[in-house]
Design a binder for this molecule. Structure first.
Ligand SMILES: Nc1nc2c(c(=O)[nH]1)N[C@H]1C(S)=C(S)[C@@H](COP(=O)(O)O)O[C@H]1N2
Ligand SMILES: [Mo]
Length: 215
């Protein structure tokens, strides 16, 4: 079966399709983490939830838990923070990677600096307005490596991709990038989110192929 690679690593029962769904084989390229393929122009929608009917006026973003000043931002308040963009690649645990995407919004640092994480804060749970959650080490959310975004390619982020606003943490597998983001709860311990409770890795670094717990 040309183009289909069966992963027979002990303990892993999965199949990696190493070509796009359009059937056009693509050579592995530089910048592609192990076991990933280049999705090209496709941007698959992957949701464990029904796309919510969430307007910008109803969207809020809260930072709470172990912070000195818990805060909630409205759409307008969030837009008054300094604009920031991510231009680069994204990697989904199901196998596709997408090169050279551009997301526009605000660096998560701007929100976290305003809320002031307590020294005891080590992890966060990001949650969606729909109930989806993902856990992340706080260190993966700071230092210009995470964004709250509302634009994709210069246009408003579409609802199925998490609009009005989503989290983007591009150096980790994309399941950490919570769509319809509602807030971050800072904790002094790691607490598994939706996929992490269902067998996925606590951190999800694509360069170390941290797909499943135990990887
Ligand atoms: N709220 C919410 N966020 C979510 C998900 C979800 O089901 N609900 N799915 C995650 C998964 S598994 C992936 S791969 C990406 C997919 O984002 P996309 O649909 O924009 O490609 O969103 C992540 N964020
Ligand atoms: Mo995913």
């Amino acid at each position: 079966m040309d183009g289909v690679h069966i992963d027979d690593t002990p303990g892993h029962h999965r199949m990696n399709i190493t070509r796009g769904f359009t059937g056009r084989p693509r050579a592995a390229r530089e910048g592609l983490p192990p076991g990933q393929y280049d999705a090209g122009d496709d941007w698959p929608v992957l949701s464990a939830e029904v796309t919510p009917d969430l307007s910008a006026a109803d969207w809020t973003f809260r930072v709470g838990g172990l912070v000195t000043a818990p805060r909630t931002w409205s759409w307008e308040e969030a837009h008054r923070l300094p604009a920031a963009a991510y231009e680069g690649d994204i990697h989904c645990v199901t196998g596709w990677s997408k090169f050279g995407v551009r997301f526009g919004g605000v660096s998560l640092d701007a929100f976290l600096d305003a809320a002031g994480p307590l020294p005891s804060a080590t992890h966060a749970v990001a949650h969606a307005h729909t109930g989806y959650t993902a856990n992340l080490p706080l260190a993966d959310l700071t230092g210009g490596r995470a964004w709250i975004v509302w634009e994709y390619g210069g246009r408003p982020l579409t609802p199925e991709h998490g609009g009005p606003a989503r989290l983007v943490v591009p150096h980790l597998y994309f399941w950490k990038s919570v769509k319809w983001i509602a807030g971050l709860e800072l904790l002094d311990h790691d607490e598994p989110g939706f996929w992490e409770r269902n067998g996925y890795h606590a951190r999800g670094n694509p360069w170390q192929e941290q797909r499943y717990s135990g990887d």
